[in-house]
Every structure is written in structure tokens, then in C-alpha cells.
Design a protein around this ligand. Structure first.
Ligand code: NAP
Ligand code: ZN
Ligand code: ZN
Length: 351
């Protein structure tokens, strides 16, 4: 591959408050172990919104976000062996890691001790700021590119790259399965995948949503029970019930109330990432020897395992496909919990 830096169409945030704009960004030249991907669809994760609005810290504007990326390989470097031109592939939240630290060597590169290279707003190996998937092409090291099984259409595959693996990983780690009672708090992008995956793993799934408005959907996704968290009675009837609670809510929740729902040795794991702290009253942990944990995305191997699991079980996200000019409106709907259940950008609309 000759050294050509690609200029490609994209949408970018220029500040925390202004609408996204159409622009062009540069992709690094395709290195020997790189893959050039023509992006077909990019999912909208709530993390994109936290990021562009500056809720998680300083943002290197202008920034193109998006870390639920699927498309086709259009070129590979001379030494790349894992992917070939024409392959259906995906890229999630990270595009590199140090590969040398204890966690990388353990195959847990999402927990790289030097910090994995995030798909956007990270520092790329050429020193530039990484730019995400709301764009027509991306160049990624082949080790961080996933195979998308044939049976999963591109548009529904996209959200698996973040929402899918971020929920699969804690469900697998804390043994969601037959005989285990799992609650999912918040049924948005991550939450609806948590329900589908936990049910497919064989757990008895309960949804804890603000209202009963999405109850029929939750039961169709595989939940056996559905409760409204706006109703205080929910916290009385479900006290001491769950082995595992997966919290996907993007704002702080009342930790004492939710921890009270755990049975002996139960764990509440937060994947939801509000910018504010989640204060934990320690006495809520003493009863039932409860644990509070966090979990960040999943490893590359686990992401592939999740994609193959979803293909095998026929699990796919529910998506609403939108054009590139509808992203700001989609953000507002996500913020209003009016998402059914993941917005996915048709990247062809950027061409
Ligand atoms: P989302 O689609 O907006 O879903 C969040 C859900 O939380 C909403 O659908 C809603 O569910 C509930 N919720 C929202 N506002 C609430 C409020 N004020 N009170 C109570 N519940 C509320 O977002 P997402 O894309 O799934 O992301 C969820 C969170 O996970 C975000 O903070 C995101 O940054 C984070 N995240 C973390 C990781 C990780 O690696 N740990 C990866 C990806 C995303 P109901 O309508 O059902 O109540
Ligand atoms: Zn995400
Ligand atoms: Zn590392």
C-alpha cells in the first residue's frame, strides 16, 4: 500500500453546545498491519453524547465520535493476515493498547494499564487525535478489528460493538445463566441488549425501568418481569431478590435503594457512566455481603465471542436507522429516554 493519507467525509462536534457539522477528516496511511474499512453504519452510544457535550472532561474539538462501527474492508497492509478485502468487519471502543502490560498480556486490553487507545478522542500512534465512526472510512490495526458474522445485517451489527459487548462482558463475568436472577436497570441501548443477552444465557431477567411504558418490549426481549422504578413499592417487593444487577443508567441512581435489591453475595455492576459520582452508603453493602462493581466494554476476544454468540442465538439490537443530518435530533431523543433502542447512522448519507 502506498503512503496516502485519506481525506474522508465525516460529521464532527465543534463545541459542547453547537449542532454537529459536516466536515472532512484525515485518516492515517494504511500501515503494514492496518485495515482500511469503508464504514456502512455507525451506532449512536450515549457515551458519544457525554463526550461531545464535555460532560466527561476536556474535548479535543473538532471531534468525530462514534464507536459502534461496521463496514467492509477495502484495503489491507502488506503484513496484515487477519482480514481480507471484502470482509465484513467491525470496530468498537478501542483501536489499540500497549500490548505489554500485565492486563494486555492477560488478554484484557480494555484495562490496559497505560490506557487503551480509544476509538475517538484518544492519541493515535502517529500522535494525532483519533476520530470515530461518524465518517465514511477508518484505518485500524488489524488486531482491533472484529469479524461480523454473515447472518447479522450491518445495521443491526453496529450496536453490538459497544452496547453488545459492554453488557455481555459483565453478564459473562458474573455468571448470568440458569438459576441466576438478573436485573437490568434502564432499558435503552445497553439495557435492551443486556436483557436479550442475559435471557439468552438462561438467567431469569427483570427489567427495572422508570415506567411501565416499554413493558411489552422488555418481555418480548426475554425478560420475565418488569417493574417501574418510579413506583416506591418496587423497591419493597424486590428487596433481597437478585444475584446480579446491571445498571445501565446514564445519570446517578439511588445506590442504597438498588443495593437493597441484592440477595446474599449479590453484585450491582455499573456500566452506566454518569459524570457525577455514585455515592455508596457502606451499610447497604454489609447486608447480604453485597458488592458494587464497575465494568468497561470487553476485550477484543470477548467482543468476537459476543458477536458469534449473538449470531448463533439470533440476537440483534433493535435499531432506528437515520441519516447523517438527523444525529442532533437523535441525541435529544436519547436524552429524553425516547430511543427504541439504538439509533444507527446510515453512513452512505455522508458520501
Ligand atoms: P441510553 O440508550 O440513553 O440508555 C440509558 C437508559 O437509562 C435510558 O433508556 C433510561 O431507561 C435510563 N435513564 C435515562 N435517564 C434516566 C433518569 N433520569 N433516571 C432514571 N433512568 C434514566 O444510553 P446507553 O447508550 O445505553 O448508555 C448508558 C450509559 O452507559 C451511558 O452513561 C454510557 O456512557 C454508558 N456506557 C458505558 C460503557 C462502559 O464501558 N462501561 C459503554 C457504553 C456506554 P428507561 O427509560 O428504561 O428508564
Ligand atoms: Zn459506547
Ligand atoms: Zn497494556
Amino acid at each position: 500500500m502506498e503512503d496516502v493519507i485519506l481525506t474522508v467525509n465525516a460529521i464532527a462536534a465543534t463545541s459542547a453546545t453547537e449542532p454537529l457539522v459536516r466536515t472532512t477528516i484525515e485518516r492515517r496511511d494504511v500501515g503494514p498491519r492496518d485495515v482500511l474499512i469503508q464504514i456502512r453504519y455507525a451506532g449512536i452510544c450515549h457515551s458519544d453524547i457525554h463526550t461531545v457535550r464535555g460532560e466527561w472532561g476536556t474535548v479535543p474539538y473538532p471531534l468525530t465520535v462514534g464507536h459502534e462501527i461496521v463496514g467492509q474492508v477495502t484495503a489491507v497492509g502488506a503484513e496484515a493476515t487477519k482480514h481480507a478485502v471484502g470482509d465484513r468487519v467491525g470496530v468498537g471502543c478501542m483501536v489499540n493498547s500497549c500490548r505489554e502490560c500485565e492486563n494486555c498480556r492477560a488478554g484484557q486490553e480494555q484495562y490496559c494499564l497505560k490506557g487503551n487507545t480509544q476509538t475517538y478522542a484518544g492519541v493515535d500512534r502517529d500522535g494525532t487525535v483519533t476520530q470515530g465512526g461518524y465518517s465514511t472510512h477508518i484505518v485500524v490495526d488489524e488486531d482491533f478489528v472484529l469479524r461480523v458474522p454473515e447472518s447479522i445485517p450491518y445495521e443491526t451489527a453496529a450496536p453490538l460493538l459497544c452496547a453488545g459487548v459492554t453488557t455481555y462482558s459483565p453478564l459473562a463475568y458474573w455468571n448470568a445463566g440458569p438459576g441466576r436472577k438478573v436485573a437490568v436497570v434502564g432499558m435503552g441501548g445497553l439495557g435492551h441488549m443486556a436483557v436479550k443477552i442475559a435471557a439468552a444465557m438462561g438467567a431469569e431477567v427483570t427489567v427495572l425501568s422508570q415506567t411501565l411504558g416499554k413493558k411489552d418490549d422488555g418481555l418480548a426481549f426475554g425478560a420475565e418481569h418488569y417493574y417501574a422504578t418510579k413506583d416506591p413499592v418496587t423497591f419493597e417487593v424486590l428487596r433481597n431478590s437478585f444475584d446480579l444487577i446491571v445498571n445501565t443508567v446514564s445519570v446517578p441512581i439511588d445506590m442504597a435503594a438498588y443495593l437493597g435489591l441484592l440477595r446474599l453475595d449479590g453484585t450491582l455492576v455499573s456500566v452506566g457512566a454518569p459524570p457525577e459520582p455514585l455515592p455508596v452508603p457502606v451499610f447497604a453493602l454489609f447486608g447480604n455481603r453485597r458488592s458494587f462493581a464497575g465494568s468497561s466494554i470487553g476485550s477484543i476476544a470477548e467482543t468476537q465471542e459476543m458477536l458469534d454468540f449473538c449470531a448463533e442465538r439470533g440476537i440483534a439490537p433493535e435499531v432506528e436507522v437515520i441519516g447523517a443530518d438527523a444525529v442532533d435530533e437523535a441525541y435529544e431523543r436519547v436524552l429524553a429516554s425516547d430511543v427504541r433502542y439504538r439509533f444507527v447512522i446510515d453512513v452512505d448519507t455522508l458520501s
